[in-house]
Design a binder for this molecule. Structure first.
Ligand SMILES: *Cc1c(COP(=O)(O)O)cnc(C)c1O
Length: 398
């Protein structure tokens, strides 16, 4: 054993992190070990949908922790039965498999599609996914992703993924052959910078997949659980997929994800799927608390209203500083800066005590808590405005 010279050094260095150590969170605010306060418009990457450490989740976790941590994945437990039932009642799906991360839920969706192909489509296994898509960091989900930076990594990739272009139905149709079993996409591409599939494109995909007997898989890990103003994004479109994955917001801050399928698509047999912590009571208790909050009357209406407010405030910022458009839906929004200054803005905002995210060099992404207040939006906009004013002045001097 070597001794790490600093506690930071004992963690694998997998991404550039600021040196602050975060010790406490409440609602839209986070505090570091120097008692500096931050207004958080990242929320663990759209994870803390009810904000930091909401009492309803803390209470659900502690009550369940005192009652039962886990019996065994091969036994039933109450929270997982209740959460599965609640998800089924509130969606177009009939059965649920719980996972511990979004990538694992997507891995399950890929396996389920291949199983369907082996049972019903003569062994068809190919899945059409999309350029710019992001589905996770396991080997299969990296292979399904269309993120350019992933292309050279960890070769050889898992075979059987072909990439079409978002909002281009002909590019999908061209890739369909006898081996095709499914089409898989995020209704709004999150990690690549909040690029929405149009409702019309999603409807075209539904018609196309039906015509060819293919499964349609929505990765709603970022868009689900109220993020876009509906419980699930597909509800905006008038169509529903056969398989849907959830992650991020479903646990409200704890590791929980889910794979949902219609009766027709739900074809796993004993031995096909499982995992030690899948559907464990603790995480499912948190998921139930989250779903109960989102289902309260007017919660989603408020998300829509707050989303429209944030959108119009970002549009005003854009007009004041000569920037590009605002993309997205509900409280998953992006501002096009037209210049590769997003990382510098994120760094300056961090200094000023506001957490923002730059999914691309020219794009800022906003994914606050779903219960973010108007005052918190105003505080973030003030900070962003100030930074952009300084950046504009610096450009005019240069
Ligand atoms: C975050 C994300 C994933 C991966 O989820 P993890 O919990 O990080 O494995 C997959 N798909 C989408 C759309 C995501 O936003």
């Amino acid at each position: 054993m070597t001794t790490a010279t600093h506690p930071y050094d004992a963690l694998m260095d997998i991404t550039a992190r600021p040196k602050a150590v975060f010790v406490r969170g409440a609602g839209s605010y986070l505090w570091d070990d120097n008692r500096k306060r931050y207004l958080d418009f990242v929320q663990g990457w759209a994870v803390n949908c009810l904000g930091h450490s909401p009492p309803v989740i803390a209470d659900a976790l502690s009550a369940q922790a005192k009652r039962l941590l886990t019996p065994s994945p091969a036994f039933y437990n109450e929270p997982s039965l209740k959460l599965a039932q609640a998800l089924v009642e509130n969606s177009a799906f009939d059965q649920v498999f719980f996972a511990n991360s979004g990538a694992e839920a997507n891995e399950g969706a890929i396996k389920l599609a291949r199983k369907y192909g082996s049972l019903h489509k003569g062994g068809a296994f190919e899945i059409i996914s999309f350029e710019g898509g992001f589905h996770g960091r396991t080997l299969a989900t990296m292979s399904a992703s269309g993120k350019k930076a992933f292309a050279p990594l960890f070769e050889p990739k898992v075979a059987g993924f072909k990439k079409a272009k978002l909002n281009d139905i002909a590019s999908v149709e061209k890739l369909i052959n006898d081996n095709t079993v499914a089409v898989m996409l995020e209704p709004i591409q999150g990690e690549s910078g909040v690029w929405p599939a149009t409702d019309q494109f999603l409807q075209q995909l539904r018609a196309l997949t039906e015509a060819h007997g293919l499964l349609l898989i929505f990765d709603e890990i970022q868009t689900g659980m109220g993020r876009t103003g509906k419980l699930f994004h597909y509800e905006h479109t008038g169509i529903a997929p056969d398989i849907m994955t959830l992650g991020k917001g479903i646990g409200g801050g704890v590791p929980l994800a889910a794979l949902l399928a219609t009766e027709r698509a739900s074809c796993f047999e004993h031995g096909d799927q499982g995992g030690t912590f899948n559907g464990n009571p603790i995480m499912c208790a948190a998921g139930l608390a989250v779903l109960e909050e989102i289902k309260k009357p007017d919660f989603l209406k408020a998300v829509t209203e707050t989303g429209l407010l944030l959108e119009s405030e970002l549009q005003k910022v854009s007009a004041r500083h000569g920037l590009g458009g605002v993309r997205g839906r509900g409280l998953l929004l992006a501002l096009d800066l037209k210049l590769p200054i997003a990382p510098s803005i994120v760094a300056q905002a961090f200094e000023a005590g506001v957490l923002l995210n730059a999914p691309q060099l020219d794009t800022l992404r906003f994914m606050p808590a779903l219960n973010v207040t108007k005052a918190e939006i105003a505080e973030m906009i003030d900070c962003l405005d100030g930074i952009l004013t300084k950046a504009g002045a610096a450009r005019r001097v240069a």
